[in-house]
Design a protein around this ligand. Structure first.
Ligand SMILES: Nc1nc2c(ncn2[C@@H]2O[C@H](COP(=O)(O)OP(=O)(O)OP(=O)(O)O)[C@@H](O)[C@H]2O)c(=O)[nH]1
Length: 290
């Protein structure tokens, strides 16, 4: 887990700790500013809690911290005998500082939103809105480590749409895209929340089924096959599906090898009569067909 994800996770879990730290920081900066006297200013340091609040909490908290910082800043002025001639000057000083902090906080939040959107887009298949291969790979690596650590079985299915090209050729690219989206929807309807689906090629998909042995994988895949075929029939799409399903129990290999083996299984279905599923269990360095 990199430091950014760690900090984000910590902040999600401990929102109130973060808010308290931000408020205490503002007070701390105010106290230090008072102690060091009017010649040395710590005013710029108010940016620190504002930036932390803006980045790691929400907009309202960032506004509250900015407001509190501006008040503290003004109180320090007063304490250090930086007396302003009238209320108008006080108001101007207060408002200009508050607005400056708010602008920085809001700009940071906007930057964060943009970065998150960009990050999400880089992990998403633009056509079906499912995960792309890169995102799948990242998550699957973690699931493989978890399966190894806790001794869980894990299944991975490689799916290819049979005769998909004919849909593009006869009904157009948009119809082909609609079919791909329907495939993802149909698969998702039969998965648990912990399962993952990704589009990894033109008409190719991968499913990862954590904590799933071969018997359970066969049940899930049968459900998906039935559902997919009923959706295809309903839309009069003359395609079928080839599945290669690998279950790993012990000595689970790296995710790339699991994917390659499932792809190989799928390919052997393709080379046969298509429209079917081939299952294999990878166990203790032996591979058992079924
Ligand atoms: N509509 C659409 N088509 C795509 C997209 N990406 C790739 N394709 C098309 O998907 C097709 C996939 O080719 P194949 O897998 O060889 O076609 P197929 O007819 O399914 O062949 P088999 O798998 O052997 O049954 C190609 O025609 C690509 O142009 C996409 O994003 N949208």
């Amino acid at each position: 887990m990199n430091s950014q994800i760690f900090l984000q996770t910590m902040c999600n879990r401990q929102y109130w700790v973060l808010v308290i730290i931000a408020f205490l920081s503002v007070m701390g900066i105010g106290v230090v500013d008072c102690i060091t006297g009017s010649q040395i200013t710590f005013a710029l340091f108010y940016l620190f809690p504002v930036v932390i609040a803006a980045w790691f909490s929400n907009k309202n908290t960032a506004i509250a911290i900015s407001l509190f910082s501006a008040v503290t800043w003004l109180a320090v002025d007063y304490f250090l005998n930086r007396i302003y001639p009238n209320l108008l000057v006080y108001s101007w000083n207060y408002l200009s500082r508050f607005i400056l902090l708010i602008i920085i906080a809001l700009l940071l939040r906007a930057l964060k939103t943009l970065l998150l959107e960009k990050h999400d887009l880089s992990r998403e298949d633009p056509v079906t809105k499912s995960l792309n291969f890169r995102a799948f790979h990242e998550i699957a690596e973690v699931e493989v480590s978890r399966a190894i650590r806790y001794g869980y079985a894990l299944s991975l299915a490689y799916i290819d749409v049979d005769n998909f090209k004919a849909i593009n050729d006869t009904r157009g690219h948009d119809a082909g895209n609609k079919l791909l989206c329907a495939v993802v929807d149909a698969i998702r309807e039969n998965l648990r929340d912990s399962d993952i689906v990704a589009r990894v090629g033109g008409d190719e998909f991968i499913l990862l089924l954590p904590v799933t042995d071969q018997a359970s994988a066969q049940i899930v895949i049968a459900k998906i096959q039935n559902h997919l075929m009923s959706v295809m029939d309903k839309n009069d799409w003359p395609v079928t599906f080839s599945f290669g399903v690998l279950t790993c129990i012990e000595n689970i290999p790296a995710i790339d090898r699991i994917i390659a083996m499932a792809d190989h299984l799928m390919y052997s279905v393709k080379k046969g009569s298509k429209n079917g599923a081939k299952f294999m269990t990878y166990w203790n360095q032996n591979e058992t067909d079924s």
